[in-house]
Structure formats: C-alpha cells, structure tokens
Design a binder for this molecule. Sequence first.
Ligand code: DX5
Ligand code: ZN
Length: 226
Amino acid sequence: MSNKIQIAPSILAADFTCLGDQIREAEAAGADQIHIDVMDGRFAPNITMGPLVIEAVRRVTALPLDVHLMMVEPDHMLSTFAQSGANTLGVHYEACLNLHRTLQTIRQLGCKPEVVLNPGTPASVLSEVLHLVDAVLVMTVNPGFGGQAFLPETMRKVTQLREMAKAIGREMDIEVDGGVNVDTAATCVAAGATILVAGSAVFSSKYSVQAGMDKLRAVIESKKPV
Ligand code: DX5
Ligand code: ZN
C-alpha cells in the first residue's frame, strides 16, 4: 500500500479505436494503474475484454494492470490472466465457490490478490480472508457498465473495511469503482479509499485525458485527510 492516493483509469470508457494512445495519454497524465474490466455476460450483464486485450495493454504501458474479473467461477482462467500480464487480480466474493483457495492461487501465480464486493454484499463476509488480500475493491455501482451514478451508501463499507484491516494489523488498499468523479472522489478518500478507479471521469469526449486526470487529482489533493 502506498501513501499516495492512486488513480486507476478504467479503459472501459476509453475510445477503443485508439486504445493504445488513450493508455499512453493516461500514463503521461499521471495514472498510477490501468484498470481493466473483464465481464463474461453472466456475472455482469455485459461482455467486455479478455486476456487478448490485457496482453495488448501490457505491450503499451509499464503501469501495473489492475484486472477486475466480473465473471463466474474465475478459477479456471486465473493462470491465463496472470500470463497475459495482470498485476492485480480482483475476484468477486459473490462469484467464487472457494474464495479462500482462489485468493491463495492468485498469490501463487505471482499476482496481488484482491477481493471485490458488490453494493449488496456486507463487509463482514470478508472476515476470514482479509489476511490473504492486498486490496479490497468496494463497488460503488452495480457491475456492468460505465457512467452509472455513485451509490453513497457504500461509503460506510469502505470505513468498516479500513477498521477491519486495522484490527488485524494489516495495511491494505481499499479501492472504489463506479461513479467516481470530481463530485464523489473526496468522499471516497475521506471514507478511507486509497485507489480510485475512474472511467468516464478520465476518458471523456468533452475534455482531454490530461484534463480529466488533473481535475481528479486536484480534488483528491485538496481533500486528502491528514
Ligand atoms: C463497472 C466497472 C467500472 C467502470 C467504472 O462495472 O467495474 O470499472 O468502468 O466506470 P465509471 O467510472 O464511468 O463509473
Ligand atoms: Zn471495474
């Protein structure tokens, strides 16, 4: 876990006709990680990117790749995602039959294990696996699409997870994903989030990637708790 609040642009909102350029722009604008949303059409009501796209992204950036697996029973594909260049593999609590084993496998594959919670899932379900993860991702929208409205009720869960991690003496990143923009980023940081995923707030047709990143960074820096 770094002391800096990190921004992880989600390429779900990028222009796919020039994905390489969009990622290079994000990196040049100070992105800390690149967030890649994998959806299987079953766990999430959408189909997006898979290992081939991750491999392509790996070739254009040195930034860590934060791969968010919105798929049922991801176990049989973990090694494929690790080989494609993922640094963090995030699996949903709701999608794993043997979560403890899945998180161990991710670590064995050389990736950072991360567990993800949907808005309807309480923090308490993670009490027996928190020691296995490097990060918890709190979904601040329901999975499936970019550009949805931020759910403020999820902030309580961010704070609870920060307290749960402290209680077991573990530093870990808490990541928020969905509807994070200039109006909501400060609330996330104040609640205890350390990684902010942002799709449509960074990749917009209305302003440049640099401008989107600058606006987010300014809000984060001005509201960072001491
Ligand atoms: C939603 C995805 C998010 C999405 C966020 O299921 O997990 O990563 O790209 O997009 P914005 O920031 O536009 O809400
Ligand atoms: Zn995501």
